[in-house]
Design a protein around this ligand. Structure first.
Ligand SMILES: *Cc1c(COP(=O)(O)O)cnc(C)c1O
Length: 224
């Protein structure tokens, strides 16, 4: 067993499946980005993934991401980091400093904190609004019925650009209807980016228009 070749092969396999799913849906394979979800993965797998050429990574915790990426960032040209997990307003400034994108914007208080951080730092990460399509109490994100109003408020009241939407469907439901709902909300709000689909359902997400799939375990192996 060799970690470098295993990881390179896993990545090539996922990229092939992404391309096949895109073509089957009549879409351009280049229009679907692979976000490698590196949370809780050991350093040797991170290094192997970088060596395999991967540059776009997703993390779900600010502090863990700082520990993993702060120093590596300088050494890896073209590295892009996306925050895909919930964010507290008091960590918004740290998140805005480290991440190229924040994909979990779902509350006015967080929008205010990001707007404040962006002004102070002179740059704003790309922003996706998380929609809690299954209306699960334990999950972050705006309810589907409130999504249009929230998107409008983020743009108008907080003056922030919105690039797209993100969702995490309930674990025990067919994801397709959640992906379809997210795509519909994006379309009527003129939003392009759709972050949806994980290891077990990214091909379905691509069929429904995902522009970014977030793949962790199928790419790196089970988290430690
Ligand atoms: C962990 C995580 C993923 C990746 O999950 P896998 O099933 O390992 O692919 C995707 N999205 C979010 C928001 C996550 O927290």
């Amino acid at each position: 067993m060799n970690i470098a070749s295993d990881i390179a092969a896993a990545r090539a396999g996922i990229l092939d499946r992404i391309a096949a799913a895109a073509r089957a849906a009549g879409r351009d394979p280049q229009a679907v980005a692979l976000v490698a979800v590196s949370k809780q993965q050991p350093d040797e797998r991170i290094e192997a993934m970088l060596a395999a050429g991967q540059r776009l990574f997703g993390e779900n915790r600010v502090q863990e991401a700082q520990a993993r990426w702060s120093e590596r960032r300088a050494a890896v040209p073209g590295l892009k980091l996306r925050l895909i997990g919930p964010l507290q307003s008091n960590k918004a400034a740290d998140a805005a400093r480290l991440f190229d994108a924040i994909d979990s914007l779902g509350r006015p208080k967080l929008a205010a904190a990001i707007a404040d951080a962006a002004q102070k730092q002179g740059r704003c990460p790309e922003l996706l609004i998380q929609v809690n399509t299954g209306e699960e109490p334990q999950k972050a994100g705006v309810a589907p019925a409130e999504a249009d109003a929230f998107i409008r408020a983020v743009r108008k009241e907080y003056g922030l650009p919105v690039a797209g939407l993100m969702c995490i469907p309930p674990a025990d439901e067919e994801p397709a209807m959640h992906f379809a709902l997210l795509a519909k909300i994006a379309a009527r709000n003129g939003l392009v980016e759709l972050s949806m689909g994980m290891s077990h359902d990214f091909e379905t997400a691509i069929r429904f228009g995902a522009t970014q799939v977030r793949v962790g375990s199928a790419l790196f192996g089970a988290r430690g």
